[in-house]
Design a protein around this ligand. Structure first.
Ligand SMILES: C[S@@+](CC[C@H](N)C(=O)[O-])C[C@H]1O[C@@H](n2cnc3c(N)ncnc32)[C@H](O)[C@@H]1O
Length: 362
């Protein structure tokens, strides 16, 4: 398969996950229930109203981030070096360096207050001038706590929200006047969709000069056990159960974590962590599975390649935590079509012309 981002179907990752789960668990596909990723985060009957469940989803993410920044052993190496908060602060210096004396708008895909205030404070401490903040979310529960968190960092009249599906954004939604934007996708959310879906969405909104910052788990043999620990946290278990209740209802269920490889259309398989709830179907008495979350755990090279493939983005900085589990990646939208003008060699990832095979870059 050699698909380009534009040719790739939007919801394809979900099908790949269900097929991989069926192979792995031997439960037939017909007994594996799933919904598109966005369904966990909104209320289709009343999209602008935050229900108590949507509030809880927001606060679960916030709690995970608060612990990551507070606990100095999280993501540190064996000597206690380069923990999560040190790595994110260093990443802020990369962003400040790339912004270099230009006014920027801070755009957050999937707002959360803890890492964002940390990043914005670091950026301001490095002299960055922000022209405003735009939060993009399908979950309206984020607006109030975000406004409170940002009030001391950004003039409140310059803080805006757009409650819309990421799939339906235009570049005007993520820019103010003629200023370039720093677009952040934190909390591994880059891995909730197929890389080509993300590439296609970015192509619709990113303008030359914009920066795209992403936080991702890095899937390698040595990091998988630690990544699995993240899914054993009470917050992720509760998140899974909430998704189950939305899809299936209040039946008893058992939480499971699956580490699978999927064929996402590249030359090398892509690791993915899937959480599910197994339950007994009351109609048939058979064991069924509800896939409650999935997140690709790309290798660093896969993440670089997928950000650059089929877009005019180029990676300009990367930071890893001491335990090597989390990568902060910064890409810049070039003012030219990279397929036509190859003016530089990005890190070690440049591929031969006309190839879509990740293995060649590894
Ligand atoms: C995995 S959470 C990450 C939250 C936050 N960025 C963090 O670092 O913790 C995904 C976020 O993206 C939002 N989201 C997910 N899918 C979306 C979609 N299709 N359109 C708009 N927002 C979406 C969710 O509401 C949530 O805020």
């Amino acid at each position: 398969m050699n698909l380009t981002p534009d040719a790739f179907p939007e919801d394809n990752l979900r099908n790949l996950i269900v097929e991989a789960l069926a192979r792995h668990t031997k439960i037939p596909k017909t007994r594996i229930i799933s919904q598109p990723n966005r369904e966990k985060y909104w209320n289709p009957e009343n999209p602008l109203d935050a229900t108590p469940e949507l509030d809880e989803v927001f606060y679960l993410m916030r709690a995970l981030n608060a612990r990551a920044l507070r606990n100095s052993s999280i993501a540190a190496d064996e000597m206690g070096r380069l923990n999560f908060s040190v790595a994110i602060a260093r990443f802020a210096t990369d962003i400040a360096d790339a912004i270099h004396d230009r006014p920027f708008t801070y755009v957050e895909m999937g707002p959360e207050p803890i890492k964002t205030t940390c990043l914005i404070r670091c950026l301001r401490a490095h002299g960055v001038r922000l022209t405003g903040y735009i939060g993009i979310d399908i979950n309206p529960a984020s607006e109030k706590p975000m406004r409170e968190a940002l009030a001391s960092e950004i003039e409140p009249s310059m803080t805006h929200f757009c409650f819309r599906d990421f799939a339906n954004l235009a570049s005007t939604d993520v820019h103010t006047e003629d200023f370039p934007s720093l677009i952040t996708m934190l909390g591994f959310q880059d891995g909730n969709e197929h890389p080509y879906t993300i590439a296609r969405r970015l192509k619709k909104i990113v303008l030359p000069g914009d920066l795209v910052a992403s936080e991702m788990h890095v899937g390698t043999k040595s990091t998988f056990d630690k990544i699995q620990e993240f899914y054993e946290s009470p917050e992720m278990k509760r998140f899974s159960r909430l998704a189950f209740e939305r899809i299936i209802g209040m039946l008893p269920s058992e939480y499971c974590i699956h580490t699978l490889d999927i064929d996402a259309g590249f030359a090398s398989p892509v690791p993915v962590c899937v959480t599910s709830e197994s339950f007994e179907d009351p109609d048939t008495g058979t064991t069924s599975l509800c896939a409650t979350n999935w997140c690709l755990k790309l290798s660093p090279l896969q993440h670089r390649y997928t950000r650059e493939a089929g877009t005019n983005m180029q990676i300009i900085a990367e930071r890893r935590t001491g335990d090597r589990t989390i990568s902060f990646q910064l890409a810049e939208a070039a003012a030219y079509d990279r397929a036509l003008v190859r003016t530089y060699e990005p890190l070690a990832t440049t591929l031969p012309e006309n190839t879509n095979q990740m293995e060649k870059s590894q």
